[in-house]
Design a protein around this ligand. Sequence first.
Ligand code: 48F
Length: 262
Amino acid sequence: MSHSPENLISSAIVSKFCGKLLDGLKLDVAIVGGGPSALVAARYLAEKGIKVAIFERKLAPGGGTWGGGMLFNEVVVQDSALEILDDFGIRHEVLPDAPGYHTLDSVEMASGLIFGALKAGAKIFNSVSVEDIVFKAGKVNGLVINWTPVERLGMHVDPLTVIADCVLDGTGHPSEIIRLATEKAKIELDTPTGKILGERPMWVDSGEASTVENTREYFPGLFACGMSANNVSGGYRMGPVFGGMLLSGRKVAALIAGKFNK
Ligand code: 48F
């Protein structure tokens, strides 16, 4: 029996996606959230041959990158992060009146980071929300996932699980995964109180530096990057300057790669 184009197209999508999902159910590194820090981490991990996937709640990964500052779609990065933009082939322009700072188109940045992560071999599952962690014998072992529309509509549908050696919380300001790990698994974090310290108000230079400093492993197998790390360790926020996010992604990739001796 010959197949109609309608059937071929649908079959191709279903079989390709199911293969990708099946392969994504067991990972070296599961990343929650597809913001700038996570996309950078995913690329550098994948380049080292580490099996990594991002699970992003929204239809479009990129997190807070797209909207620039107050929907003015330009962002700013510092000298120290240019090397990362260059690795991704994302263009930037020097700011003549502000030495050390550069501007770039936020849409080019978001799309460039997404494309770079994918080309390096990371997988991205969009419209997938992480609603819990797998926690066995005192260790974080993976993620509990469901479709975002299921979450949004409050449908009573059981999730699926992803097993991973390391979990990276890249969920931005709310640190969703670390928060639920402290609340449900009662873990003590590597912070002065053992708990999430909470993000502080805007102080750009302090926030930029502390985002990178605070990027680390907070519990065996559980890492945080970007604004999630800053929230966990009580750093200041910094708004539409993105050097710290990019450097945080590169740092966490190096820390995690070290666990795999890569
Ligand atoms: O917040 P976000 O862009 O992450 P980031 O890498 O970057 C922060 C900057 O964008 C900006 C800033 C820079 O100065 O302050 O805010 O720290 O992206 C976080 C992503 O995680 C997704 C969310 O939809 C967003 O795209 N996310 C959050 N919780 C979940 C999630 C979840 N439970 N499951 C899946 N995705």
